[in-house]
Design a protein around this ligand. Structure first.
Ligand code: ATP
Ligand code: MG
Length: 152
């Protein structure tokens, strides 16, 4: 990875521009809340890819007119990024497996949506290379929430 001092606001604005055309297809609204003037020593391109993968998942597993919320904050030691949706959610028994390569929940449900089951495995690797953590919480029918913590 190629770390550089990165403005989080500019990173988020790239992600917003890149995902907007897709989100408009289902009229899904992306809201982003971020502390001002936040910077971090990270691989900008790769972290953008992580957020892109997560937003595309939220998009895929949400119905029309839904919402996706991103909240970014920092403490002395960490940068925290939270991505929340109100879509299908993920069954409890699948949660421990979704970061594995090629793992997809309920093949019959997900087959129609396309995908290889690599997006989250890639996200996991990228966050791991930053010595960070990515975790998920979900309830079926309520949505999913992904939390990324990267040490500063
Ligand atoms: P790819 O990302 O390679 O196109 P994919 O989206 O199926 O394919 P992942 O992004 O790795 O693969 O996600 C793995 C599985 O986890 C998905 O198939 C889906 O079942 C489940 N999943 C991931 N994110 C969400 C979400 N936000 N809401 C509901 N289910 C999700
Ligand atoms: Mg995916």
């Amino acid at each position: 990875i190629q770390k550089q001092i990165t403005s989080i606001e500019s990173l988020l604005s790239n992600v917003y521009e890149k995902t907007l055309p897709t989100l408009l297809e289902k009229n899904i609204k992306l809201t982003i809340n971020c502390e001002e003037d936040l910077t971090a020593n990270i691989d900008k391109i790769r972290i953008e890819q992580v957020l892109f993968n997560l937003i595309m998942n939220s998009f895929k597993y949400s119905s029309s007119n839904s919402f996706i919320q991103i909240t970014v904050s920092s403490s002395d030691q960490n940068l925290q990024l939270v991505i929340k949706d109100y879509g299908d959610g993920i069954p409890q028994e699948d949660l421990p497996h979704i970061f594995k390569r090629f793992y997809r929940v309920d093949k019959s449900r997900t087959r129609s949506k396309g995908g290889t089951g690599l997006g989250l495995a890639i996200a996991y690797d990228i966050i791991n290379l930053h010595n960070g953590t990515i975790s998920v919480g979900s309830e079926v029918g309520q949505g999913a929430i992904f939390t990324i913590i990267i040490p500063l």
